[in-house]
Design a protein around this ligand. Sequence first.
Ligand SMILES: Nc1nc2c(ncn2[C@@H]2O[C@H](COP(=O)(O)OP(=O)(O)OP(=O)(O)O)[C@@H](O)[C@H]2O)c(=O)[nH]1
Ligand SMILES: [Zn+2]
Length: 416
Amino acid sequence: MNLATDEDEAPPLLLASGQEDDTSRQADANDLSLVKVPITIITGYLGAGKTTLLNYILTENHGKKIAVILNEFGDSADIEKSLTVSQDGQEVEEWLSLANGCICCSVKDSGVAAIESLMERRGSFDYILLETTGLADPGNIAPLFWVDEGLGSSIYLDGIVTLVDGKNILKSLDERPPPPPSSANNDGGAGVREEQAHEHDHSTPHLTTAHLQISHADVIVVNKSDLVNAAELAAVQQRIRAINGLAKLHVTHRSKVPQLSGLLLDLHAYDSVGVGEMEFAARGHSHLDAAISTITLLLPSLQPQKLEKLDAWLCSVLWESHLPLPPSAPSTTTSLNFEIHRIKGRVPFTTGAVKILQGVREIFELIDQVDNAARKEERDETNVDMQATAGKIVLIGRGLDEQAFSTSLHAALESG
Ligand SMILES: Nc1nc2c(ncn2[C@@H]2O[C@H](COP(=O)(O)OP(=O)(O)OP(=O)(O)O)[C@@H](O)[C@H]2O)c(=O)[nH]1
Ligand SMILES: [Zn+2]
């Protein structure tokens, strides 16, 4: 990958020049340790256009000082390892200064070490972009910024952007797994063994890296629009929508997203949930992709004391992968084998309060709606009808049976 760089540029100073006289800025500088820096993760298949996107962002006039980290994350085991070895002087010092005030590091170091080293330069940037070429499963990385005390205190995850190659994505989604290595891997659970057992059973939908990258995305950029015709593009969009009904989707040529802020950056994808996006996800309902789908559960306005029941239901479903079903439920729905990648929800209460639900894999939180969400709702262009004021929970994952989940949730809320 070749990033456009301007190596003659002096290293950026602590504050952007021209703003020294601004007293409010100075107050900000004093509070620098309190201001969290957003991070956007850019992922996607080999050759999809990630570097092209980064070059585009870094040469655009966006008024941000963006720090870019290009590296290869391994699997989650590598991330954990790097968390423990990062004290051993694994410094990343090869920061390049770019013409528009951005800085860039292309050292292939462990992602977390690179970020920690970057944070020592706090003040010289106000946004972080992380391109993760080798990242197979973004589900491992999101919780790092969310719950890790160290990283989470200085950085917040703004969003995950997945680049897909419009020409090749359908092929990638339909790929079959390679034969398993002869030496057996013992750390796999029942799920892994089951997957191996089904290795050559073509009726079992296979979960590819492309599925994982799409299911965890907040924005999906369908690139290389020049290489597909209208019908092919429509098929790609439908398939992606069937997998992830929540993500925003942009079709691009040479990764040129028409506007960066709001479409790609500054999404607040993990601290707000817009009415419009919930509505949008609820409308789509297709089983075009056999491996992953998006389902929507409707909720009435809840009595405040039902929050506990909702929380218990979420714990059961997300932590234990157990869908509690009432005794009256048909027996066919009791042996559900599912996996949840992403969950988002708006939960209104009879008091008028609204809680938002956010989750990636087993990590979730139910928090009071904040200002960001209100701003986001203003931005939402989707028409919001009366139904939107009702609650909704949207889930993205594998083996999700909308009927069974809905029955389970309502039974849990009505119990006791
Ligand atoms: N035809 C066409 N080619 C594109 C487009 N966008 C990028 N490319 C080309 O596709 C190739 C891969 O683009 P990159 O931006 O390097 O892709 P990447 O995802 O960073 O690739 P890796 O770093 O190898 O994973 C390059 O030769 C680009 O010039 C596009 O919209 N249309
Ligand atoms: Zn690249």
